[in-house]
Write a protein that binds this ligand. Structure first.
Ligand SMILES: [Zn+2]
Length: 164
């Protein structure tokens, strides 16, 4: 009996599913293995049918996704939870120093005769940008694999097209 992939709501290793990493390829079972591979970015996933989960072991801690019947729910780092505390910490890490320096620059402006009156303002902007880039770097570090795998796959696809 043919099973309909569109209506299927439970995750089965024998089916085809969208790849949660590149969101372009399809993941399907690898021959002779209890694992699934993506035909586009070539990431390999281990399968946990009881919990409807797949895990990408190529990074530590491993990334896991859960099948909700229609698609994969957000990648999750085991043992790391990006809760509101982290978001608030990230926001205050960017905003607090910027605000402090901005306030200082506003209330203690250099004398009008000073040759470099714009320094405090540039300094405020630099503080904001540097702290923002640190947060951005941490974010990319945490979600590094999807970004890297995506770029790698695009590159492979491009060289493949060129080679034809
Ligand atoms: Zn993929």
């Amino acid at each position: 009996m043919p099973s309909s992939k569109i209506l299927s709501t439970s995750f089965d290793i024998k089916g085809d599913y969208p790849c949660p990493v590149c969101r372009i390829g399809k993941i399907s079972q690898m021959p002779m293995m209890e694992a699934m591979g993506c035909d586009f970015c070539h990431e390999i996933f281990t399968v946990n049918p009881e919990q409807q989960q797949i895990k990408m072991p190529s990074r530590q801690p491993p990334l896991t996704w859960r099948w909700n019947g229609f698609n994969w729910t957000e990648a999750q780092l085991e043992g790391v939870e990006l809760g509101w505390g982290y978001v608030l910490a990230a926001i205050s890490f960017v905003l607090l120093p910027t605000t402090l320096i901005g306030i200082v620059a506003y209330y203690f402006p250099p004398s009008v005769n000073a040759p470099i009156t714009w320094i405090p303002y540039i300094w405020t902007i630099l503080t904001f940008l540097s702290h923002l880039s640190i947060i951005g770097w941490i974010f990319i570090e945490v979600y590094q694999i999807p970004v890297v795998a995506y770029l790698r796959a695009i590159n492979r696809w491009r060289t493949g097209v060129m080679g034809r």
